[in-house]
Design a protein around this ligand. Structure first.
Ligand code: ZN
Ligand code: ZN
Length: 240
């Protein structure tokens, strides 16, 4: 086993607030250049660019995990990361059923769907920045039904985090991990209970990819190994 560097929270040009340079090939090349071993693509309420980025990753032997960053009814951001594109797209179907509204690119930004060659395939016109009419508990249950991992996004940030929206982390909510921004003070972490802590970049711009990452001690880079590390099973662990 060895240490793998994982940045599990990266947006593409599909997210209205992300830079148009956040294309599959560019993200993969940037990640490889930084020595990352695993990245997860988590656009707001959509997985329409995950297949392209997974394909770009396969071409360059980078493990790209398909995911979404779902904005719950409580306006809490939650990462949902899956082992296959099919499962991420299945989750997307559920999210789209409960997501209302139309994007206004002039206010929120373009939502660009691309292929693995960084060519534009179209524009998503849903209000991806909006909240899905599903509660946190419902989302966590559905992600787990699909075999995915749930990670509460940027829990230490003053907006769209579980702490900012609820004031606490419900003890019965079966989150697999909490994401903090790098450098968060230890005394705050101690209030978060026993859940594993990861750090990720939440990159919306290429220069932010890998700015924060989590080292995982694993046998190989894939979702199941990360799950074992989060649960501290069979020698896998979060850390070096
Ligand atoms: Zn977020
Ligand atoms: Zn994000």
């Amino acid at each position: 086993m060895k240490t793998f560097k994982a940045d599990l929270h990266i947006h593409t040009c599909l997210s209205p607030c992300a830079d148009l340079d956040m294309t599959p090939k560019a993200i993969v090349e940037k990640s490889l250049g930084l020595g990352l071993d695993i990245v997860a693509i988590c656009d707001h309420n959509s997985a329409e660019n995950v297949e392209a980025t997974v394909r770009a990753g396969i071409q360059r032997k980078l493990c790209v995990l398909p995911g979404l960053e779902i904005n719950s009814r409580e306006e809490v951001h939650l990462l949902a990361i899956f082992e296959s594109v099919e499962k991420a797209l299945h989750m997307q179907e559920t999210v789209y059923r409960y997501l209302k509204g139309t994007n206004r690119p002039e206010f929120f930004g373009d939502q660009v769907v691309v292929n693995e060659f960084d060519e534009v395939e179209g524009f998503n016109d849903r209000l991806l920045i909006g909240a899905v009419d599903l509660g946190l508990q419902e989302i966590v249950s559905e992600v787990h039904r699909q075999g995915g991992l749930t990670i509460a996004s940027h829990v230490d940030r003053p907006s769209f985090s579980i702490i900012s929206q609820l004031g606490f982390i419900p003890p019965d909510l079966e989150l697999d991990a909490l994401e903090i921004t790098q450098g968060m003070r230890q005394r705050n972490v101690s209030t978060m209970g026993e859940r594993p802590i990861v750090t990720s970049s939440d990159a919306h711009f290429l220069h932010d990819v890998g700015r924060a990452y989590t080292p995982f001690f694993l046998e190989s880079p894939n979702l199941e190994e990360i799950r074992m590390a989060l649960f501290g099973k069979s020698g896998r662990k979060v850390g070096t």
